[in-house]
Structure formats: C-alpha cells, structure tokens
Design a protein around this ligand. Sequence first.
Ligand code: PRP
Ligand code: URA
Length: 206
Amino acid sequence: MLEVLNHPMITHKLTLMRDKNCTTKDFRENLDEIAELMAYEVCRDLPVKPVDIETPMGPCTGYTLSKEVVIVPILRAGIGLLDGIRRLVPTAKVGFIGLYRDEETLEPHEYFAKFPKELADSIVMIVDPMLATGGSAVAAIDMIKKRGAKQIKLVCLVGVPEGVKAVQTAHPDVDIYLAAMDDHLNEIGYIVPGLGDAGDRIFGTK
Ligand code: PRP
Ligand code: URA
C-alpha cells in the first residue's frame, strides 16, 4: 500500500522547507508540524478494542488502542519526525536505527540499533524524511523484521518512484506513506526537486 498524503497544509509547509533559503529553525519547525499532520493519517487504521467505562451520565462502551505503537527514526534525519508523531501518540515507545549512506556507492551502513522489547505484537513506524534509492529504508525494515516485527509502516516526507519500488519489491507487506512523490533521482542519488540533504538541513551541519 502506498499513500501520498496530498493535503494543502502539508504541501504548504513542505514548499516552505524546499526553499533553499529556509533557515535551519524554520526547516525543523515545519518538519515537526508536518510529522504531526502525517501521523494523523498514518494512525487512521490503528486497531482498537472496546472498553466499558462510566461517564458522568452512565455506562458507555468506548474504544482504546489495542496495540503498542513503536516509532523508529532512522538517524540522523528521522529524528526530525519523532516529536511531531509523539505528540499524537504520546504512549509510543521509541527505537533507533543508525544508518548512513555511503556517498560513492549509495549503500547504507549500520552504526546503531536499539529497540524496545515488544516489537512482534506492535505497530512499528519507521520514519525518515527521504526515500531516495530506498536502500536505507529496505535495510531498516530488514533489521526490524529480524527482531520480530510484523506490522510495519514506513513514513517518509519525500519519495521518488525508484525508492518506492525498491521497498515494495523487498517488502511488499509494508505500508508506505509519503507527503510528496517527487520526480526522480539525480546522478549522485539526490531527490529532484527534493529539498537537499535532510540531515544537514535539520541539524545545520552544512
Ligand atoms: C539520508 C536520509 C535517508 C537516506 C535516504 O540519510 O535521511 O536515511 O539518506 O537515501 P536512500 O533512500 O538512497 O538510502 P543520510 O545517509 O544522508 O544520513 P543522515 O540522516 O545522517 O544525514
Ligand atoms: N538523502 C537526502 O538527505 N536527500 C536526498 O535527496 C537523498 C537522500
């Protein structure tokens, strides 16, 4: 399943971020706001269970989440989506995957992994602003599945058809959510028009 969340507020904020003159502060703030808006849609199919409660007016059957949610940002840039999603799902647990993309080969390299215990029965949201070749996302999903996760959602800001295809081929069971589907990858593996290097723009490292 691929869902591109075409919402005017998401598109508006993403356009502000794409502008090369957007400051580090504005880039980070808009990403944080988009993350919360995306989370609203990504959570639309979360399973619920009935619970019997008493309102001040009498008995009532309500519904609460029936599964744990685990958010897994891919370091570094995925950190930029974490707080926005956690505002919507404050009970979510958080795991981390450290991956960097070799600038020459574009292959992902793992340097960190730390997860909560209960992945097998949780809804796991892997989050990263950029889905370029898809190498990092495929590697992250491999890592999560090895630890038992079965219900996985991949949440990215900007993707390209090449990256979507790579994930769908390797992991057809994973739902993919994008704020925008861009045109193509350039010869050095950057998304066009994209927004440049997401990690550098979030953390001001260039
Ligand atoms: C970026 C981005 C993704 C990856 C996408 O991270 O945040 O993780 O590249 O590219 P891919 O789909 O071709 O794998 P990067 O490796 O630059 O690390 P950073 O977040 O530390 O900047
Ligand atoms: N990683 C980024 O940060 N930006 C791209 O355009 C591609 C990969």
